[in-house]
Write a protein that binds this ligand. Structure first.
Ligand SMILES: [Zn+2]
Length: 342
């Protein structure tokens, strides 16, 4: 089981509710992905069911560990299967709630990615929410609360989760991944304050993608058109990698703009590459940089929103436009190739 990083306020609020025995029947844990909402939900199940109330950071208490591992008879965790939570699972949950707790004090059902309940499932869930039995707690965990029916949302007590402050997140990443502080700081910023996201980016050839984007954007046109198109193939081979590469690119451009604005070093994301960024920014004007930034955002939106988009083509055009804007009109071959892709 993982360690909970941050979320002291949410934990305190839940703890107090348990101590004062003022519990809601249903909770909505809402906030961006990768913050540890599910982990907090499991910890809440521990607060409700573990006789030993002391904080247990490493899940060493046997009762809590069984809750965390899904082996406690009074706690269930539902997750979507093939992108959906179907009505059958909600019916199972009704049955689970029908019986009193066996071992602990509360029966707790956690539904992760609750927005993936289809409409039937949500309507079935309303039944539980309308006639909540006592000593039961339902926790809906979601990054997209707006996709839940208003009638479902309004029956839950909402606990909001915010992105983590970057410093504690970076400290955690240094410890967990054994990486230098500067790299951890840039990962924390790239992950927008989400532990899960930062770990994901790290796991996905982050260093390789970053080198590639640095070369493309800081020394535009140096490698020639063939190398550029080869890079496009590498970047677009996988949807998540493409989105990562574009995000890394956007943060490099952002740092270049910040450099031109003479902002403080602490505002930079790629603090480990300041020399290269300042060198690359010297030859660029604001307008070019903003145009590239927009181009990157547009490409990422396309890839994110459209299922059948030709990723390779989107990345090709994006890189060609970016390099042309940054390398200037002298990049004739690139200009020609760009016309060709239209
Ligand atoms: Zn315990």
């Amino acid at each position: 089981m993982g360690r909970i990083i941050g979320h002291e306020k949410a934990l305190k609020r839940l703890e107090r509710a348990v101590e004062q025995a003022r519990l809601a029947h249903a909770y909505l844990f809402a906030g961006p992905d990768g913050l540890g909402k599910k982990l907090v939900a499991l910890r809440f199940a521990c607060m409700l069911n573990c006789p030993d109330r002391t904080e247990d950071e490493d899940w060493s208490c046997p009762v809590c560990r069984r809750i965390g591992e899904g082996k406690h008879p009074d706690v269930t965790l539902d997750e979507p299967e093939r992108g959906m939570i179907r009505i059958e699972r909600i019916r199972e949950m009704h049955r689970f709630f029908k019986y009193a707790p066996i071992e602990g004090a509360y029966r707790v059902a956690i539904i992760d990615d609750a927005h993936l309940m289809n409409r039937q499932a949500q309507n079935a869930l309303l039944k539980t929410l309308e006639e909540p039995p006592s000593n039961r707690a339902l926790i809906l965990v979601t990054a997209k609360p707006a996709r839940l029916l208003p009638t479902v949302r309004s029956r839950c007590q909402r606990i909001s989760f915010q992105p983590l402050p970057l410093e504690p997140l970076a400290e955690f990443l240094v410890e967990r991944l054994n990486i230098p502080t500067e790299k951890a700081q840039s990962l924390a910023a790239l992950g927008n304050g989400s532990v899960g996201r930062a770990l994901e980016i790290h796991g996905r050839n982050y260093a390789e993608l970053k080198d590639l984007m640095m070369d493309l954007l800081l020394q535009p046109g140096k490698e020639g058109i063939r190398a550029l198109l080869e890079s496009a193939i590498r970047i677009s081979s996988d949807r998540e990698a493409a989105l990562d590469a574009i995000e890394i690119g956007a943060t490099i451009i952002r740092d270049m703009i910040f450099h031109k604005m003479e902002l403080d070093e602490s505002d930079f994301i790629h603090r480990d590459s300041l020399d290269r960024i300042s060198l690359g920014a010297q030859h660029q004007g604001y307008e070019e940089l903003l145009a590239v930034y927009e181009e990157l955002s547009r490409a990422s939106e396309l890839i994110e929103s459209e299922i059948n988009v030709n990723r390779n083509l989107v990345v090709d055009v994006m890189l060609l436009k970016a390099v042309r804007a940054l390398a200037g009109p002298g990049m004739g071959a690139v200009q020609e190739a760009r016309r060709g892709t239209r």
